[in-house]
Design a protein around this ligand. Structure first.
Ligand SMILES: Cc1ncc(COP(=O)(O)O)c(C=O)c1O
Length: 288
């Protein structure tokens, strides 16, 4: 297994990959990204990730100089060359390189980076130990639906959570509405209905979030994309996070207070089982 990077068509070892210091991604955070899981040597839900990449790019007026078909091919080639069975793909597109200046420079080519990083071992399918979370004000910008590389507020909030002994910060707007986590979408079972923030500019429309919503509908669990307040979160019987990186993670305490029911609860457990069936269907030819 080799961790390989592809930058505008050139492949090299990941640790030797570099971009010029005048790249606008480095100077301004002028770019967008995606993270895609690799299970069994196959990228999981690649199409929705590429669609979101294109949407993020066009929202900031970057035209990716490759079609999704071409990106598909380059990703498949890179996974193949790196002989990666389990790991992830990181993709980043920046506006490109130019002398520093706020104005979009004319005539430059976006920098397109794709890399593969393999995991040391096959990731476990067991639900992880339920997480402790804290709540923090959402200090991000108004366009969180764009998967921008400007992650400073997320990084700072995540660091705060870590220093408080928690593994995720649940973010809320000034009126107390819960948006999402620093790197996850948040679901809460409140009065028998699974709630999550609707797809607005205040959250990233997570690919895993979409899968979770589909599963819940399929297994007839009442679900509503209706935002909820931090105060309601404290009354939830189950809470979990959903993301590409960590899949489904049950939550057991929020701001030091345990949830009303033992975590993981039955809905979260069932959901996690169903999630792995989706992975099996897509990446293991239907069985594992
Ligand atoms: C802020 C935020 N919300 C939600 C998610 C989950 O999205 P996805 O399921 O597409 O990984 C992420 C993942 O990076 C994120 O950064």
């Amino acid at each position: 297994m080799k961790n390989l990077a592809w930058i505008n068509g050139e492949v090299c070892d990941l640790h030797e990959a570099n971009v010029p210091v005048e790249d606008r991604g480095f100077l301004f955070g002028d770019g967008i990204y995606e993270v895609i899981k690799i299970y069994n040597g196959k990228p999981f839900y690649l199409e929705p990730h590429l669609k979101r990449l294109q949407r993020s790019a066009s929202a900031i007026n970057i035209e990716i100089p490759y079609s999704n078909e071409e990106l598909n091919e380059h990703i498949a080639g890179l996974i193949n060359q790196s002989e990666c069975d389990h790991g992830y793909i990181y993709m980043q597109v920046t506006r490109g390189c130019a002398p520093r200046g706020h104005l979009f420079p004319g005539g430059i080519r976006p920098t397109v980076l794709i890399y593969v990083r393999a995991f040391e071992s096959v990731p476990s399918r067991e639900l992880t130990e339920p997480a402790d979370c804290i709540t923090l004000p959402d200090e991000r910008w108004m366009n969180c639906y764009i998967k921008s590389v400007n992650l400073l507020p997320n990084v700072l909030a995540f660091q705060k959570a870590h220093e408080a002994g928690a593994s995720e910060a649940i973010l809320y707007r000034p009126d107390g509405t819960v948006t999402e986590g620093t790197r996850t979408n948040i679901f809460a079972l409140i009065d028998g209905v699974v709630r999550t923030h609707p797809e607005t500019r205040y959250i990233l429309p997570g690919i895993t979030r979409g899968i979770v919503l589909d599963i819940l509908k399929q297994i007839s669990v009442p679900v509503s994309e209706e935002a909820f307040k931090v105060s309601e979160l404290q009354e939830a019987s189950e809470v979990w996070t959903a993301s590409t990186g960590l899949e489904i993670v049950p939550v057991k305490t929020i701001d030091g207070k345990p949830l009303k029911e033992i975590s993981p609860g039955p809905v979260c457990k069932r959901l996690a089982g169903e999630f792995w069936q989706v992975v099996d269907a897509e990446c293991y030819g239907g069985k594992q």
